[in-house]
Design a protein around this ligand. Structure first.
Ligand code: GLU
Length: 302
């Protein structure tokens, strides 16, 4: 490792919305291997913002499954550490600070549109449920979209939103908040596994939710704030989050925070080619354990 680069800090960031499956096992194992190769450390973060879907028994199960796989972490909700707390539900103050910064910089705006992506914003999006490109209906005056969003346009007529009102909001509660993406700007990064990536703001993804009206910070904001606060140098996660990485790079920049490196793992699919999800109970680590699989077989398929 370059002696001047900061010590490697990777993270495992499961959401306790169900049992971890074979895909998680392989991704987390890759994260553990990369941390070991770099003589670095792993941090475990419990991504439990989505209070409607997260359950304490899944937190318990994920800790047990990760230990059974032989993965070790130096900081986490079970063992503490200097950058704690390590459960997102206990980190509201950090997210609020970031929300205030974005508000003061004029980079977020209140949005009254009610859409499916708003409801889902507390969780990481996957291929099939990635946030649709937003029409721009609630964008502040003078910041109307510079080109039409691809696909179906919902609510195309812009309605007026006095910018002065944005600056005077002292808290996010009561309305949804969106990050204003720089339309047409290319976000490029070199993925350490998949190579060069290029996405265009406003085309590949639009203004995304950073805070929900029911006062829940969105996944995109929380993950950026936490990766920076926990000094994460490399993010290892599934390739279904590639577009989210482009969104997050914009947020890191907007908040003046350093961007980590990215390594997106290939997705594990079932026999029908469908990406594994927590609904694939038969491929949960729990089930495979019960069926007599060894940790080695789970992480390597052999
Ligand atoms: N908590 C997210 C999930 O379980 C992962 C987020 C990330 O790695 O950035 O899907």
């Amino acid at each position: 490792m370059n002696p001047r680069s900061p010590a490697y800090r990777g993270r495992l960031a499961p959401s306790p919305t169900g049992l971890l499956h074979l895909g998680h096992a392989r991704t987390f194992w890759t994260a553990a291997e990369r941390a070991a190769q770099h003589d670095g450390q792993l941090i475990l973060r419990n991504e439990d913002l989505d209070f409607q879907r997260c359950r304490p028994e899944f937190v318990h199960a994920m800790l047990g499954d990760l230990r059974w796989l032989g993965i070790e972490w130096a900081e986490g909700p079970d063992c503490g550490g200097v950058f704690g707390p390590y459960s997102q539900s206990e980190r509201r103050g950090h997210y609020l600070e970031a929300w205030e910064k974005l508000r003061d910089r004029g980079l977020i705006y209140p949005c009254t549109c009610s859409r499916k992506d708003v409801a889902q914003a507390a969780s990481a999006p996957n291929d099939s449920d990635d946030e649709a490109v937003y029409s721009g209906k609630c964008r502040p005056q003078g910041k109307e979209r510079s080109f039409a969003p691809p696909g179906r346009v919902e609510d195309p007529a812009p309605h007026k939103h006095p910018e002065a009102a944005v600056a005077t909001c002292s808290e996010p509660r009561g309305t949804n908040w969106r990050f204003l993406v720089p339309d047409g700007e290319e976000v490029c990064f070199t993925d350490l596994h998949l190579g060069p990536q290029r996405m265009t703001a406003g085309r590949d993804f639009g203004d995304f939710i950073v805070w929900r009206r029911d006062d829940v910070p969105a996944y995109q904001l929380a993950v950026v704030v936490d990766d920076a606060a926990m000094r994460i140098t490399e993010v290892v996660r599934g390739a279904d989050l590639l577009k989210s990485t482009a969104r997050q790079i914009l947020l890191f920049r907007a908040l003046g925070l350093p961007t980590p490196g990215y390594y997106h793992c290939d997705l594990v699919r079932d026999e029908a080619g469908v990406r594994l999800a927590k609904r694939h109970d038969s491929l949960s680590i729990r089930k495979l354990r019960e069926m007599g699989w060894t940790p080695k077989a789970v992480v390597s398929g052999q």
